[in-house]
Design a protein around this ligand. Structure first.
Ligand code: ARG
Length: 300
């Protein structure tokens, strides 16, 4: 069923929906994880090369570290949905509303019904996306640090026509960005607003008009541009909870540069998931609102 918050005041329409007063994320264990098709350039050459045991132990380490700084809900993994571990692409959540993805590739569309059911059972207001307008959750659409505006990508997976539909779910404005490099097929691989107001990004992944929008919104001192080497090691695909950052290891001084900005950074080996085309951020889906997720660290 398609339900929608069809009233004009977000505050009153969202009042009865689930709220999390601590940073909270959804994760899905890699029980059925495998690279058994190619829907992004990173999967080519990695068909059936990943070790499920190693993937499980890397995922458990990420879960362990995230648990120190956030609450975690678990989604039951399903056989036949090997990419379900990348739960970050399955929806976009804010104020108890969950916009469910409409995956571009049939290989991932099997994930949608599991997600929809979980969100319905958990009491979220489900906002469905029409099949013909592809949308891939927090993979391609993120709220800015204040939670007031959306940044949404198109050009690879999510289509431009879905952006307005998503903005309507929260009565918010949306800034559309055009991705131009197939290696960075999701926004979460090249664009990450951080809690301190900075933007971690890879400029070459965007066209000129998109870069102009980014530069208008983030002053030069707030823009942390990463190099191509860092971007291809998924240096933008980080989890940010308050002053904490969890990231897959990157073979440069990126972690140190983030520490210099005041973040507490933990680097983890997520090599098995790199084979599938993702890293830390794509393995989690934010459930708590942006202000809660970006607020004070849980244990401070
Ligand atoms: N195999 C998944 C896909 O292509 C990987 C997703 C990870 N992607 C990411 N943007 N971090 O959909």
């Amino acid at each position: 069923m398609i339900t929608s918050p069809a009233v004009s005041s977000p505050a009153s329409s969202f009042a009865s929906l689930p709220r999390f007063n601590r940073p909270t994320f959804l994760m899905c264990a890699p029980e059925w994880y495998d690279v058994n098709y190619v829907i992004n350039p990173w999967m080519a050459g990695n068909l059936h090369q990943s070790s499920r045991d190693t993937a499980f132990s890397q995922w458990k380490t990420l879960h362990h570290h995230l648990q120190q700084i956030a609450d975690i809900r678990l989604l039951h993994p399903r056989q036949g949905s090997p990419d379900m571990v990348f739960v970050g692409h399955s929806a976009l959540v804010q104020h108890g509303v969950a916009a469910i993805s409409s995956f571009a590739h049939p290989q991932r569309q099997t994930e949608e019904s599991h997600l929809r059911r979980w969100f319905q059972e958990t009491g979220f207001l489900v906002w469905d996306t029409p099949r013909e307008t592809a949308f891939e959750g927090e993979g391609d659409v993120v709220f800015d640090a204040t939670g007031d505006r959306l940044w949404a990508a198109h050009g690879s997976r999510t289509c431009l026509q879905s952006h307005r539909h998503l903005a309507d779910a929260w009565h918010t404005s949306v800034n559309s960005l055009h991705l131009v490099d197939p290696r960075f097929y999701h926004l979460d691989l090249c664009f990450m607003p951080l809690s301190g107001g900075e933007l971690l990004y890879f400029p070459e992944a965007f066209d000129a008009a998109s870069l102009a929008k980014i530069e208008e919104a983030f002053s030069a001192d707030k823009r942390i541009a990463i190099s191509e080497i860092e971007a291809t090691q998924f240096g933008c695909n980080v989890i940010n909870v308050g002053e904490n950052i969890l990231m897959g290891s990157v073979d440069t001084d990126l972690a140190q540069r983030l520490r210099n900005q005041g973040y507490k950074v933990t680097e983890l080996n997520l090599s098995e998931f790199i084979r599938g085309g993702g890293s830390a951020k794509s393995l989690v889906l934010r459930l708590s609102d942006m202000d809660v997720t970006h607020g004070s660290p849980v244990n401070s």
